[in-house]
Design a binder for this molecule. Structure first.
Ligand SMILES: Nc1ncnc2c1ncn2[C@@H]1O[C@H](COP(=O)(O)OP(=O)(O)OP(=O)(O)O)[C@@H](O)[C@H]1O
Ligand SMILES: [Mg+2]
Length: 492
């Protein structure tokens, strides 16, 4: 067979590649990947909607020399099959170009390294004019210095500016650059806060990276609420695939009714908490996929408290069929099998946290007002705990006839426990309305318990006081209970 050269038409290919499906937030995230791979500790996103609107991403990373920059601007600057450095977030040698040009028609990159300032520009109008892969290079240093933020770059000593101008796609469908930006910026912030949360927080062997948007720092969103005491952190497991290690750590989040509004916000809000259960897959600690069970399990409401962190190195990209935008990837069978067994174990645990938080807390020694009782076979029921000191006290104070009546009333309440409707409510998005505890009512209850326990044992008052924090409902109001215990300690 003979050979025939079929070079792509630059103008139409570069134009078509604009539509690979980037959103503004995924495009910016892709550019930040580059900054982080170049060891930047500060990434600033600056947007100016006026005069000639632009979006600039300025980092203090290693920067590039002129030849390196020329190469970086080339589509397919690195082969996806090449091995990458350990912390490199790149794969395809495309992101810089495709992400930027998905939003704009003119991409200028200015870089500063070893005291050398260099600049290259893809201008789609010029590519169309020449119908060839022609990069533009400024004629003089003055021309580069006239570009926005270049002075800041030289102050850093090294770094890179990615400057997007002629923002046709970013503005498309909006009346002005300003409205477009205002409309999209919150989404960008949320996306970056989640995708880069481990960089924003910093971890061992992972220097902290600051990201800001027009001067406003992006605060991390932690999808596992690690700092919350009620989050259950499960043991980590690791399994080797092709000489690389995959690390998996499941978390069971606290029920949302247990979370203060500011904590809920930290987790990305109630909606995100509800919607994004499942795996959180990190590639070199950058979040790439989240809120999916990879069809290993149905997205059922009852496992919505479980989130499983999966850490991948960049050496397994070929197995996960990572896409150019690094926003989709599918686990290969070897990994699916391992994940499935973890998922089943976790979902069961999450379900028990969800259906009855009491079962777990019982291990910590709380005396509940209600007990969940497992019956024969796969059955269960809820019973009023007749050993609760308050109930015990009431029972003991009654004569036989009254005690029988009380048993009748308790039986009626147990029989009438609205299991079905509770189940439906808990699985819905409704929140439980909790009456706030009244100090005096709680104190009155405490006094009754102390009286009853004092009658039953010699050192009863003191013992009763000490057990108070472990009794329902006192266990739900720890601060008020502490006050009551303190007040009564003096009186007892
Ligand atoms: N901000 C930056 N600082 C330093 N070097 C950069 C920067 N942005 C890009 N580069 C260089 O340009 C090259 C090309 O970047 P590009 O994003 O197009 O591809 P990639 O990061 O290698 O792979 P991917 O397509 O998966 O993102 C990078 O490999 C890197 O060497
Ligand atoms: Mg890249």
């Amino acid at each position: 067979m003979s050979e025939l050269e079929a070079r792509p038409y630059a103008s139409s290919l570069i134009e078509s590649m604009r539509s690979v499906g980037y959103s503004l937030e995924s495009a910016i995230a892709d550019l930040i990947d580059n900054s982080i791979s170049a060891n930047a500790t500060s990434v600033r996103i600056e947007f100016r909607p006026y005069d000639e609107p632009y979006l600039a991403i300025i980092d203090n990373g290693d920067g590039m020399l002129p030849d390196e920059l020329t190469d970086a601007m080339r589509h397919g600057s690195k082969s996806p099959n090449n091995e990458r450095k350990e912390g490199d977030l790149g794969r395809f040698g495309l992101g810089l170009k495709t992400a930027s040009l998905s939003q704009c028609k003119k991409l200028t990159v200015i870089s500063f390294k070893d005291g050398v300032l260099s600049c290259r520009c893809w201008d789609l109008d010029h590519v169309a004019l020449r119908n060839d892969w022609i990069l533009l290079v400024p004629d003089s240093k003055e021309e580069i210095l006239a570009l926005p933020h270049v002075a800041e770059l030289t102050q850093y000593g090294h770094g890179t500016i990615v400057l997007l101008q002629s923002l046709d796609r970013l503005i498309a469908g909006e009346s002005s650059a300003e409205t477009a930006f205002r409309y999209k910026i919150e989404q960008v912030r949320q996306h970056l806060a989640l995708v880069f949360h481990r960089f924003l927080t910093g971890e061992p062997n992972l220097p902290r990276v600051e990201i800001s948007i027009n001067g406003d720092a992006v605060e991390p969103i932690d999808p596992f609420l690690i700092s919350n005491r009620a989050t259950q952190i499960m043991p980590e497991s690791q399994f080797p695939i092709e000489n690389s290690l995959i690390t998996v750590r499941p978390y069971i989040l606290p029920h949302s009714s247990k979370l203060a509004p500011e904590v809920l916000k930290l987790a990305g809000g109630e909606e995100s908490l509800r919607k994004y259960q499942g795996f959180y897959v990190y590639r070199n600690r950058r979040l790439i996929i989240w809120g999916t069970w990879f069809r290993l399990r149905r997205q059922e409401e009852l496992s919505k408290l479980a989130r499983i962190r999966v850490d991948l190195p960049n050496s397994l990209d070929h197995l996960w069929t990572l896409d150019i935008k690094k926003s989709t990837a599918h686990p290969p069978e070897v990994i699916r099998t391992r994940l499935k067994s973890i998922v089943d174990r976790i979902a069961e645990r999450s379900r028990s946290t969800y259906t009855y938080r009491g079962r777990k807390t019982r291990e910590t020694g709380i005396t509940h007002a209600w007990d969940r009782v497992e019956g024969r076979g796969a059955s269960f029921s809820y019973r009023i705990n007749k050993e609760h000191p308050l109930l015990r006290a009431l029972h003991d104070s009654l004569d036989n006839e009254q005690a029988r009546l009380l048993d009748g009333v308790l039986g009626m309440l147990e029989q009438g426990f609205p299991c079905d409707s509770l189940y439906a409510d808990m699985a819905s998005d409704l929140r439980q309305e909790r009456e706030s505890f009244d100090f005096h009512a709680l104190k009155e209850m405490a006094l009754q318990i102390i009286e009853a326990m004092a009658a039953a044992m010699p050192n009863g008052r003191h013992a009763a006081l000490q057990t108070l924090p472990q009794l329902e409902p006192f266990s739900h109001a720890p601060e008020l209970t502490a006050r009551i215990v303190k007040e009564l300690e003096n009186a007892v």
